[in-house]
Design a protein around this ligand. Structure first.
Ligand code: NIG
Ligand code: FE
Length: 419
């Protein structure tokens, strides 16, 4: 029997609780369910009680000796952060491309010349499962030290049956051995591999006929993602791939309108995608259609910064009624970071979101973007005890003191894993 944990005297407890289920937009993104001088009682990995310290002192008067007490005087406590969009399981790195881009070579030119995604695909194909596990473990360790307790991860650096399965199996193994919950997405449609150059439709046939059935059979993924972009997959091709995934029970996601406006946001609404990602160049019409369809916008301001592009218009999307989530996009090319706190800062600075909206986007709405809001994303009775204690006193301060890791302690399923 493990001892219960009682985190008490919390200066500001941001529960993110709400009596309305489902992705939050507009004013709902600003409601953080704040409790001043709050308390959390955790037992068996689950939150048993949330409230003010005075109330929990009475409620647990008979059991206070049993509990391990954490005094959180002067601190902020939030749900574990959730990263709903990463490409975490890859081999190698691309620091030389970073220098090339700083000298002015565009991201897509590097990719079209065989670098970028193709370079990481070559390196990932060459790695053994063990090598990818060890490189990915370092990144997951960094995530947990930044207060992130759940991470989505995409394949897409294999782009043939064997290597796509290798990436997905690596994620399955990591799910068993690492404290972080890893949520897998199949992204065989990350690019057209060089061996299929000029034969795009054949690659799509291969993906649909040979990859999807095995991914579904082995239950290796929950979502199916496509890079819908000029010179990658057209909206028509993307639709075909996502509809095929749906027939295997995979929920659609789309990398949409990242480099040019290409109808990706509109397509996300049309196919009923759970989320559309990037959206730097999304059209006004596309944003309206996403709001109507209830598609979550998963925005990646660190990627925009790293590519020296203007970030997506998060402010406008929220005001138009789109539920916004945010993510690192952790990948070796366009966003090699594991810092969700930095991404929250950037959501405020470059997308004009408020500190409260940024926290909702990194917790509850992020949980919605990976279909996990019944278990994580808020601190409510019955939910998984994924909790972060921050070395600041308020969520406003967390966003204000930017570029710094304020994580002080992290509990994953009620077990202290950091601090
Ligand atoms: O989300 N845009 C496509 N895919 C990744 C980048 C992958 C890479 O550069 O390796 C992204 O930014
Ligand atoms: Fe991405």
């Amino acid at each position: 029997m493990t001892r219960p944990i009682w985190i008490k005297n919390i200066h500001q407890l941001a529960t993110l609780a709400s009596n309305k289920e489902g992705p939050r937009s507009r004013e709902a993104m600003s409601k953080l369910g704040i409790i001043e001088n709050g308390s959390l009682w955790i037992e068996d990995g689950i939150i048993q009680a949330v409230g003010s310290t005075i109330v929990l002192e009475q409620q647990y008067a008979a059991r206070r000796e049993e509990a391990e007490i954490v005094d959180a005087t002067g601190h902020l406590v939030t749900p574990g952060l959730i990263d709903p969009h990463t490409h975490i399981a890859f081999g190698g790195s691309r620091e030389q491309e970073f220098e090339m881009r700083l000298e002015g070579v565009p991201y897509m030119d590097i990719m079209n010349a065989g670098g970028g995604i193709h370079a990481t695909t070559r390196m990932t194909r060459e790695c053994t499962e063990e090598e990818i596990i060890s490189q990915t473990t370092r990144r997951l360790d960094s995530f947990i030290h930044h207060g992130v307790t759940t991470v989505e991860g995409k394949s897409g650096y294999g782009m043939n049956l064997e290597s796509e399965l290798k990436q997905l199996r690596v994620m399955k193994k990591l799910q068993e051995i690492h404290v972080i919950d890893l949520v897998p997405t199949f992204m065989g449609a990350h690019a057209v591999p060089p061996e299929y150059k000029g034969r795009e439709e054949e690659y799509i046939d291969h993906l649909i006929n040979d990859m999807l059935p095995v991914v579904a059979e082995e239950k290796l993924a929950e979502f199916n993602d496509v890079f819908c972009e000029k010179d990658v997959f057209t909206p028509e091709q993307s639709e075909r791939i996502l509809e095929a995934g749906k027939r295997y029970g995979l929920i659609p996601k789309i990398h949409a309108d990242e480099i040019v406006a290409y109808g990706g946001a509109e397509l996300a609404a049309k196919v009923g995608a759970i989320s559309a990602e990037h959206l730097l160049k999304a059209s006004d019409e596309g944003i309206k259609e996403m709001a109507k369809a209830g598609t979550i916008a998963c925005l990646l301001p660190a990627t925009a910064l790293y590519l020296r592009e203007e970030a997506a218009n998060g402010r406008k999307m929220i005001d138009e009624g789109v539920a916004v989530a945010i993510s690192t996009d952790c990948n070796p090319g366009s966003s090699p970071t594991t810092s969700m706190p930095l991404v929250m800062n950037l959501a405020c600075i470059s997308m004009r979101m408020t500190p409260a909206e940024a926290l909702t986007a990194a917790t509850y709405n992020a949980a919605c973007a990976i279909n996990r809001q019944d278990r994580i994303g808020s601190l409510e009775v019955g939910k998984q005890a994924d909790v972060v204690l921050w070395d600041v006193k308020s969520y406003q301060e967390l966003q204000y003191l930017f570029g710094v890791n304020h994580t002080k302690a992290v509990w994953k399923k009620g077990v202290k894993v950091v601090g």
